[in-house]
Ligand binder design. Structure first.
Ligand SMILES: Cc1ncc(COP(=O)(O)O)c(C=O)c1O
Length: 395
């Protein structure tokens, strides 16, 4: 680690973590072996074969569910889940005002209306206390997404939705392998959605899955996707490289939890950058991103984008989070039964650290805290940085 009296790297100093963010996905020996076998057998180029069946079985066993449907992306999986629970034109789907953009778009593309609810002030996850107020006669489903190291209280969500017969879709695209109130993530609602995108914890470049115990939902997905050909398939090649990653998932989740805890310990006394955490019982997150509630007032008014640029230059992949959905969509496209004040704040102040560094066993956490201190110390100089949101192609 370098001298913190030097100017920040974005202003010409030496970066604190010159190694920079690690590559992803990792080329494990297990993956190399799969590629060698795919070439040898020719399975890489086949429509059908054993790999998709094996992955389906492994996902069912891992999640303890009856059905696992493989598809081409998490985005496709969300659409299939919405269709499976019967969302149609004119229906309403309740979701968080801070979520992945395509979740909103998927609802709108079905002719349904997203009903946006605000976040909890403490962990910036969807505020389940506001759910009842958002549910109306037209509510067809509730879509819940756990984000950035936070977890949504699904027991509370089920207690509201079950008596009303409203299905819960659980988006676990950012935390495969997590545990929420004693259940494996994805099994906390009626149907779960996974992503195997290139930056994700389980990566196949692209890909997704829908998991459920409902025969009816599975049947609807089959009817919608089977057209003599699969509408949004996952290839044999993709399925093959996901299998060893699923086997490694629990071990890697543990390492990520441990390295994230070490980071939180380093940041304990650091004002203005509290990590998003959970205090749900019998639970642990899966870290696709470690989220932070950035507070510019603790950094002399330095904007989140300026802070992010400075952290990236120091060697840490810290990017702005999502845009809140009511900030990027016309009011005509959604309903918001109550003000979205915390989502306003999240829109401007979520920062996320990308996961690959969480598998690094070196003491990068000390350097991370040093980089934050350095940015605070040089905040006056950094205020001159252009307010350009750093590029992020990793969602
Ligand atoms: C919460 C969430 N849901 C859904 C998706 C969509 O997944 P995909 O990129 O595989 O389409 C993403 C992707 O980042 C996501 O973060």
């Amino acid at each position: 680690m370098s001298d913190t009296r030097q100017p920040p790297a974005v202003l010409g100093g030496a970066p604190i973590y010159p190694a920079g963010p690690p590559d992803w996905p990792l080329m494990d020996p297990e993956i190399e072996q799969v590629f060698a076998e795919l070439i040898q057998t020719g399975d890489w180029g086949r429509y059908r074969g054993p790999h998709g069946d094996r992955l389906r079985s492994a996902l069912k066993e891992y999640h303890g569910c009856r059905h696992a449907h493989l598809c081409s992306s998490g985005t496709a999986a969300v659409e299939l889940a919405l269709r499976a629970v019967g969302v149609r034109e004119g229906d309403e789907v309740v979701m968080s005002a801070y979520d992945f953009k395509a979740n909103f778009t998927n609802i709108a593309m079905l002719g349904a209306i997203p009903v946006l609810i605000d976040l909890r002030p403490d962990d910036w996850q969807v505020d389940v206390d506001q759910l009842e107020n958002a549910i109306g006669e037209k509510t067809k489903a509730v879509l819940v997404t756990h984000l950035h190291g936070g977890l949504v209280d699904l027991e509370q969500v089920r207690a509201i939705c079950e008596p009303r017969g409203i299905p819960v879709i659980e988006d676990i695209c950012q935390l495969e392998g997590a545990r929420i109130q004693g259940r494996i993530a994805g099994m906390g609602g009626d149907i779960g959605v996974l992503s195997f995108g290139g930056s994700k914890l389980l990566s196949a470049g692209r890909g997704g899955a829908v998991i459920t115990n409902s025969d009816e939902y599975q049947q609807r997905i089959t009817i919608f996707t089977e057209r003599g050909n699969d509408l949004s398939p996952l290839s044999e090649m993709q399925a093959a490289i996901l299998l060893p990653q699923l086997q490694q998932l629990d071990q890697r989740t543990k390492i990520r939890l441990d390295t994230a805890q070490r980071l939180f310990a380093e940041l304990e006394t650091c004002a203005g950058l509290p990590p998003i955490r959970t205090n749900l019982r019998d639970s642990f997150p899966g870290y696709y991103k470690v989220g932070f509630q950035y507070d510019p007032s603790e950094f002399n008014g330095l904007s989140r984008d300026q802070f992010s640029q400075a952290m990236i230059a120091e060697g840490f992949a810290v990017h702005p989070g999502f845009r809140s959905l009511h900030k990027i969509h016309s009011k005509r496209r959604y309903r918001a039964p109550a003000p979205l004040r915390v989502a306003d704040l999240a829109d401007e102040n979520v920062l996320v650290l990308h996961h690959p560094i969480l598998l690094e066993q070196s003491d990068w956490q000390t350097g991370f805290a040093q980089a934050v201190d350095k940015i605070r110390q040089f905040s006056d100089d950094l205020l001159s940085l252009a307010e350009i949101p750093p590029k992020n192609d990793r969602n």
